[in-house]
Design a protein around this ligand. Sequence first.
Ligand SMILES: Nc1ncnc2c1ncn2[C@@H]1O[C@H](COP(=O)(O)OP(=O)(O)OP(=O)(O)O)[C@@H](O)[C@H]1O
Ligand SMILES: Nc1ccn([C@H]2C[C@H](O)[C@@H](COP(=O)(O)O)O2)c(=O)n1
Length: 775
Amino acid sequence: MWRRVASLSSFLSSYSTSFVAQTASRLNTWESLTTRIAQQANGFIAPKEKTPFITFVLGGPGSGKGTQCIKIVETFGFTHLSAGDLLRREIDSNSADGAMILNKIKEGKIVPSQLTVKLIQKGMESSDNDKFLIDGFPRTEENRVSFEQIIGIEPNVVLFFDCPEEEMVKRLLNRNQGRVDDNLETIKTRLKVFEALSLPVINYYSQRGKLYTIRARGTEDEIFEQVRPIFTAFEACHVSTMILSIHLLSPKMVALLQARPHTIPWILHFHCSSKSKKNRNQKQLQRRQFQHHKKPALPFPRSSPTPLVIRHKPLIQTKVDALDSVVKDLEASVKNGMVIDSEIYSSLLETCYQLKSIDHGIAIHSLVPPNLLRKSTGISSKLLRLYAASGRMESAHQVFDEMSRRNESAFPWNSLISGYAELGQYEDALALYFQMEEEGVEPDRFTFPRVLKACAGIGLIHVGQAVHRDVVRKGFGNDGYVLNALVDMYSKCGDIVKARQVFDNIACKDTISWNSMLTGYIRHGLSVEALQVFRGMIQEGFDPDPVAISTILSSFWSLKIAAQIHGWVLRRGIEWNTSVVNALIAVYSSLGKLGGASWLFHRMPERDVVSWNSIISGHGKHPEALLYFEQMMKSGTSPDSITFVAILSACAHLGSVKDGERLFRLMRNKYMIDPRMEHYACMINLYGRAGLIDEAFNFIVERMEIEAGPTVWGALLYACSIHGNIEIGEIAGQKLFELEPDNRHNFELLMKIHTNAGRWEDVERVRQMMVDRGL
Ligand SMILES: Nc1ncnc2c1ncn2[C@@H]1O[C@H](COP(=O)(O)OP(=O)(O)OP(=O)(O)O)[C@@H](O)[C@H]1O
Ligand SMILES: Nc1ccn([C@H]2C[C@H](O)[C@@H](COP(=O)(O)O)O2)c(=O)n1
């Protein structure tokens, strides 16, 4: 008769340990992973070797280890290494040890540890995975020590399938797999071996706080339901650790995780426990041993240990990569039935917004249960903002329409208004603002700048004035952030005097206030006032930002002012700011100081497309323009449509028709830039200046894909005036009189053509047209 081991768990001191405590005490497992991800996210160089995640699966013969391993593999993606299977494969492969192994198995005894460990090691090394289920191992203390000695790491989780003996025997006798050890006699020995040699190992891991005991009676599925939460919890650790590791969690989120140890039990341990540091040190030591193949101070001899090298997934290098991993883990967790806290979703959506990662946002959206999305203002607001910020207004509006509590805060409204304003859909932005009022939603300080942007965009000053009144009514009349937007709105809507009034009323002006006023004056062509503001800014102790500097530089084509500003820039040590140098290059070039422009260009530490455009434009009448363009292509900076305006214009001035034609083709075919009106005008100028009037005319008629505008016909008329082409000049003139009926310059050019040809009647006819138009 078999002695019935009613419950092996009573034998184990830790059985009463709660699942939470068990899990929490094992969190050092993930620390190596966390540290590595954190390092990677911050750009540190991560070590190449990766500590694998190891689960030992223990239990008596027939307790169902193999059966449950299959389910774990299917659900959690582990690689299953069964010690028994590895040994049996060794027998089948006719290896030198085959006969000895077979005898041991027949007798129900244990094979020498080094042999088994080497087989496990081989199995791990040949796998791409870094999560292993090692089944039926370690069966003895010698197995355990040998593993630690050769592989150099401890298991992260030890599962123990606790099954009554009679059940195990019954199962083995019914297994029917033709195994040489599934007979009563061998089973008897195996059970004895288990009790004598394996239980001490189980007890060892119990004392080390690594043991999870599973009551292995019941159906396979019932048993798996005890197994599942263990790995789900570790996956949750993984997800949350990843979130933490990319340093984008709000303090609120950390507090939330800490307050919920039952869902994410490791977090307290990881962040708060001093033991965690100890464990980390221990883990680091372990990893060092693993990586440097140091001999651990254990009494067992070992023969030439082979370092275990696990193949790696690609390193996570950026925050977006880290986010990618988190989203993938989240997807797997949701698939495994894990319920994700709404704060995790909204925190991740915040991350997507900060990283401008709409694709990850869409992936997260697909995971959020629709009901939760409707109810959780946190999730829906952040999702909506992400959609709106990426210009997906339809999706944003859909989320908005389905929100159950959208009127509780201005946040979702602001996001939508902002999205529409950014896309230039100003009417929609304003309509939302008025709808907000109708639905009784209080605007906040973030609402007004967005609405004012829409007013400025649409150019409706009376709407802007109405919003200004709302600003005062709602108590934001002294808010600098809102007042800056008012300055901008008034100046864009044409009321620069009112803009100045608002500007003067800003008690605490910041760089944005000064810049708004400065650009306002420049927009209105008030260079003197702009320069005053610029000087006032410096006097008040504000460093004009590069935008202000380049704006002011580009509005003054004066060598004196350019030199003054250049001097100030040098004193402030910002002379190599790219946009400042670009503006200086443009100013010096336009003032004919090409030597100064080139000096700056060649010394600037970083060049962008604007730098190249400035230097090419500066050399628009010189053959160097073509050389700079060639250099630009070699430098790897892609030309943009402005570059082609500059270079085509240079070709026109240089009379390089062939180069111009080649570059026009290059623009379309290599850089995929669709020609705009300016490019066509350059081509007409190119042909026209070269006297190829017919080619220019044919180019307009046959090659233009858009309706020719005044710049194109103007270039043709100008060319006709230079080369005395009456016929085509008359056509160009008539087109221009339709397109620009009040531009006397066109009439004068046509009159010049007729005058030069002595066609006095035509001169009179055109003059009469001017008189009729009151020009
Ligand atoms: N919960 C269960 N209820 C009934 N039968 C089961 C259950 N789990 C597994 N079995 C059956 O019991 C037999 C032994 O299971 P399994 O091979 O998984 O055990 P094991 O612990 O891996 O055994 P060994 O250590 O001998 O390899 C198999 O025939 C299996 O189908
Ligand atoms: N660590 C191990 C694991 C297994 N064996 C031998 C002895 C076992 O009876 C046999 C079958 O193992 P199982 O499939 O039941 O896990 O393999 C060993 O010697 N050492």
